[in-house]
Design a protein around this ligand. Structure first.
Ligand SMILES: [Zn+2]
Length: 1007
């Protein structure tokens, strides 16, 4: 053992720049307590053909804790990216087998090959368990002492869409070296890496990376030897003065020298020598094909690295990054490092933060309408404050970095692009291009999440969410919304000042949630524990409403109108409530009802005040400063606010506090009505409790009006996964209704079987037999039916399974008498990667003394009730009636679409292999054929089944065999037009050859 900062000889050929005490040694002593100090030195080389980093690591570790340490622990994160790792098994237990299935060439690994203490030649024992290595120290490390450990290691960067990955011959190197675990006031943090985020000690890094000269390197820290390794042309542009954005290097404009010696010289290895200080991690990326740009703000260099294909959007982003840097500095505190880099990553990680450098995923296509790229830039830059400088334990309390960063990103978006519409670029016409903004999106995401019923406390450990789907909305959205809410409660300037104070106090330290709450309370000058504990430690919410307003007569003229407000608060958190009063003469007043009124009243409170005018209306929280769960009860007016909007088939972000009425014109054709013109609409709110959708219109021939309306009701308070529906219709010769209740039974935990139960009654009357496509298959109807369906899905390793059982019968009817059971199961099998196959089985039986024909089972496809559900098959003439057509359903033995046999008993099995292209991937050469426009796809199929009015006999089985062709879905993910060609069927019609070219037209998949 050696004492801290005593002299020592060099371990490997690296000079350790220990120098004076580290920066945080002088920083606000005492308040945050002690923390360990580290100094890493690396000498590594990168082998592009193997995606491997190998070399030496020297770690100087100061034990500044009051405890004696007998061992050190290291993270070997890359070991998670291989089958059998803790993370791979954790993912598989949540039905994600991507890492378990990773082929050998794409796996990651990280190995400590040797370890020793600098002062000794004896090697140290290294015990490795997956992503954690334990190195026992030969002598205990007493408080105040330091040790220098020399490791040689070898890391393989995996090919995964993760925080690290491969791109061309280059890599995005994150978590690429054995990193010492944090020892803090809670002891060693030696948790296995299960995919959540990280935790690191602040310190210094000296990194030497050798790699071919054709690569550029983007990195944490500062390059020390630019003059040695970069050409003069780059050096001169780097040295150019001025803040505006300039291109430092453009690979697309560079032509390789013709001279082979010169070409070889470019590829010779070069060593990048980099230093970083006061950071808790070091990341780097190397590429051969970047465009490299730079802007400056206040002496800080902002670099962007991107590919030529994305230059259109990225060329402007260095300047935009500089504006964001300015906004962050003004709002939260100074960025003390000399440079910051945004690197475009094609590996698909999204956006990933590291000290001084971030990865940003390319998002082409959507970028012309949304500011998704700017939003990612703002988010990842903001992380350098909350993560980079305020270094919390991200694995344990992710909201401290993700929540505060989401809040900061929203603040930056508002500063740069305004409060309204900052997520969307302005587009014309406005009525076709709805706007959205960062704060509204967070609000909406939180409110929807809260309504989903899967909420867990924000402070839940990242790996311990019962439902992993609750992680993101909790630590990003709920935390973000909570901070904006508290800002409006505590006062904007006071809150902004408090957050700056938190940043200043905890900069280069490791706060936990209680430190954040305590520092904020202290800076705000009051305890907000009632808010912190409800919002962050529990799943409480804010749900306030107006129960009534009583206005009394003025006691004497000029004394004002005495008003009694009756309020309710049901979310668990009782906030101060702003209320706005108005009268009809332009008077307006806002009063804040203190939260204390709720305390003795168990959520129902009365509050008296006097207004200078006699109000005729009142509204709770008119400016949406509270994430109030239910806005229906906030106003004296009973009318909902409605925002109509034309459905543009793309995005329609829901407004807050209003019902969004999406509508679109509708034009259809069927023989009886001729052209049917009308409008389709869907009205719902962010957290819909009541919603309405439907279709209304007029047929041109008579003209007959028609309507199909469905109301949906969800009780968020009792059980958000239960939905009641009522549907009534009068169209295409049918009149009827359906009442049903759907309940999600088992999706609280996102794994295992997911069950849904649906039960309801329906009644349908066919009043015009001229309308339906197949009138002979319908009874006049007019009787009520009872139906219940239990369905379930499950994702197994290579099989996606779905099954359902349906019971149906007449209800108190004299005209019909029947009862039926119908069960189907499908399995989507991906055991052979290039040959996916879907298997299906169906059985059905209907019994009774008077069975209506629409309740029988049909061999070729859906029966009349199934066809009624599709507007393509509902009426005569929409699809030419003489065409051979069959909708998916029942037996699916599609070759029999011309004769449509039916029976009271059904058994059927089907198999289909669908390809996402015309020639399946397993056909060599031809599969390269590409036909754009509708991108036709193909399938092969085989069906067998039987319908009968008695018992089923195998020898009567019908079967077919054929190929299919279809379009890719034409709208969003809907509407596939399909033609199946059953080339063989048995039994054939009398005198028919079983092998024959037949065609069956359809819409959608068969199953
Ligand atoms: Zn983030």
């Amino acid at each position: 053992m050696i004492q801290a900062r005593s002299s020592f000889s060099s371990c490997i050929a690296i000079v350790l720049l220990l120098g004076s005490a580290p920066a945080w040694g002088q920083h606000t002593p005492g308040i945050p307590g002690w923390q360990q100090d580290v100094h890493y030195s690396f000498s590594v080389s990168y082998a592009p053909q193997k995606f491997e980093i190998a070399g030496q690591e020297t770690l100087a570790y100061w034990n500044l804790s009051p405890d004696t340490l007998s061992e050190l622990y290291f993270h070997l994160y890359l070991n998670a990216y291989r089958p059998g790792s803790h993370m791979a098994r954790y993912d598989a237990s949540h039905e994600d087998w991507r890492v378990q299935d990773l082929p050998p060439k794409r796996r990651g690994s990280e190995r400590i090959e040797s370890a020793r203490i600098l002062s000794s030649e004896d090697s140290l024992a290294v015990e490795t368990d997956d992503t954690i290595a334990r190195v026992a120290l030969p002598e205990a490390l007493a408080p105040g002492e330091s040790v220098i450990v020399c490791l040689s290691f070898r890391s393989m960067i995996p090919d995964v869409p993760e925080r690290m990955g491969r791109s061309g011959k280059g890599i995005f190197a994150a978590q690429w070296y054995p990193k010492v675990c944090v020892y803090d006031r809670f002891g060693w943090h030696t948790e296995q890496h299960l995919g959540s985020e990280f935790y690191g000690d602040f310190g210094a890094y000296d990194v030497r990376i050798s790699l071919p000269g054709s690569f550029l390197v983007a990195h944490t820290g500062t390059l020390l030897n630019a003059a040695e390794i970069l050409p003069d042309s780059i050096l001169s542009r780097l040295a150019a003065p001025g803040d505006s954005a300039v291109t430092i290097w453009d690979r697309s404009r560079f032509t390789m020298p013709a001279d082979s010696a010169q070409r070889a010289a470019i590829g010779l290895p070069r060593t990048w020598v980099i230093h970083a200080d006061s950071v808790h991690d070091f990341a780097w990326a190397c590429e051969e094909k970047w465009i490299w740009r730079r802007a400056r703000w206040n002496g800080i260099e902002i670099h962007t690295y991107h590919r030529a294909s994305d230059a259109k959007r990225w060329n402007e982003m260095a300047a935009e990054g500089a504006r964001m840097m300015e906004a962050m500095n003004h709002r939260f505190g100074p960025y003390p490092y000399p440079r910051f880099s945004f690197v475009e990553e094609p590996i698909g990680a999204g956006g990933v933060e590291f000290p001084n450098i971030v990865w940003i995923t390319p998002r082409r296509g959507s970028s012309t309408v949304s500011r998704r790229l700017e939003y990612l830039f703002a988010h990842e830059l903001a992380h350098n404050w909350f993560y980079g400088m305020v270094g919390n334990n991200e694995t344990a309390q992710a909201f401290l970095d993700e929540g505060l960063t989401s809040y900061s990103e929203t603040a930056v978006m508002e500063t740069l692009y305004g409060r309204e519409g900052n997520l969307t670029r302005p587009q014309k016409p406005g009525w076709l291009h709805p706007t959205d903004d960062s704060r509204r999106a967070a609000w909406r995401n939180y409110l929807e999440f809260q309504a989903s019923g899967i909420e867990e406390p924000v402070v839940t450990h990242s790996d311990r969410f019962k439902n992993p789907a609750a992680y993101y909305p909790s630590v990003y959205h709920k935390a973000n919304v909570g901070l904006w809410t508290l800002r409006s409660i505590a006062g904007e300037e006071r809150f902004d000042g408090a957050l700056r104070q938190y940043f200043e106090t905890w900069r280069f330290h490791h706060p936990y949630a209680e430190d954040f709450f305590a520092t904020m309370n202290h800076a705000l000058g009051a305890s907000y524990d009632w808010f912190w504990s409800g919002w962050f430690l529990r799943t409480d919410a804010i749900d306030v409403g107006l129960r009534g307003v009583r206005v009394a007569k003025e006691t004497s003229p000029g004394t004002g109108s005495p008003v009694t407000l009756r309020l309710r608060s049901r979310g668990g958190i009782d906030p101060p409530v702003p209320v706005r009063f108005r009268d009809g003469n332009g008077h307006e007043a806002v009063r804040v009802v203190p939260r204390e009124v709720f305390l003795p009243a168990a959520g129902d409170a009365e509050y008296r005040l006097t207004l200078p005018f006699k109000p005729t209306e009142a509204e709770v929280d008119p400016k949406f400063t509270l994430p109030d769960l239910s806005r229906n009860d906030n106003r004296t007016s009973p009318w909902p606010r409605v925002q109509p909007m034309l459905d543009n088939w793309r995005s329609s972000p829901k407004p807050l506090g209003k019902t969004l009425l999406l509508w679109r014109p509708d034009l259809w054709y069927q023989t009886k009505d001729g052209v049917q013109a009308g409008a389709a609409f869907d009205a719902s709110t962010v957290r819909w409790e009541r919603a309405l959708q439907g279709l209304v219109g007029v047929g041109a021939r008579e003209p007959r009006p028609f309507a199909d309306l469905e109301a949906r009701v969800r009780s968020l308070a009792a059980e958000p996964r239960r939905i009641a529906r009522a549907r009534g219709y009068n169209m295409d010769g049918h009149r009827g209704f359906r009442l049903s209740m759907t309940e999600d039974l088992g999706s609280k935990i996102e794994r295992g079987f997911r069950w849904t139960l649906q039960a309801g009654v329906d009644l349908d009357r066919l009043y015009d037999t001229g309308d339906p496509r197949r009138p002979a298959e319908w009874s006049p109807g007019g009787h009520a039916n009872l139906e219940g369906t239990l369905s379930s899905t499950r994702k197994f390793h290579r099989v996606r399974w779905a099954g359902s059982v349906r019971l149906r019968g007449d209800l108190l009817s004299e005209s019909v008498s029947y009862g039926s059971i119908y069960a189907t199961t499908t399995a989507d099998v991906s055991a052979l990667p290039r040959f996916p196959i879907v298997l299906r089985a169906a059985v059905g039986r209907v019994r009774g003394s008077a069975i209506p024909p629409e309740e029988r089972f049909y061999l070729a496809g859906a029966g009349p009730r199934g066809e009624w559900g599709s507007r393509w098959f509902r009426s005569r003439g929409t699809i030419p009636t003489h065409w051979n057509a069959a909708l998916g359903g029942d037996g699916n033995v599609r070759a029999f679409a011309d004769t449509r046999p039916s029976g009271t008993t059904l058994v059927a099995v089907n198999a289909e292999s669908r390809s996402s292209r015309l020639i399946p991937a397993w056909v060599p050469v031809l599969s390269k054929l590409h036909i754009p426009v509708i991108e036709p796809r193909s399938s092969v199929f085989a069906d067998a089944g039987e319908v009968s009015d008695g018992d089923v006999a195998l020898r009567d089985m019908a079967a077919d065999l054929g190929v299919g062709i279809r379009t890719k879905p034409l709208f969003r993910s809907h509407l596939t037009l399909r033609a199946d060609l059953p080339l063989y069927r048995t039994p054939p019609e009398p005198g028919e050859n079983p092998w024959k070219l037949r065609a069956v037209f359809s819409v959608g998949e068969a199953f």
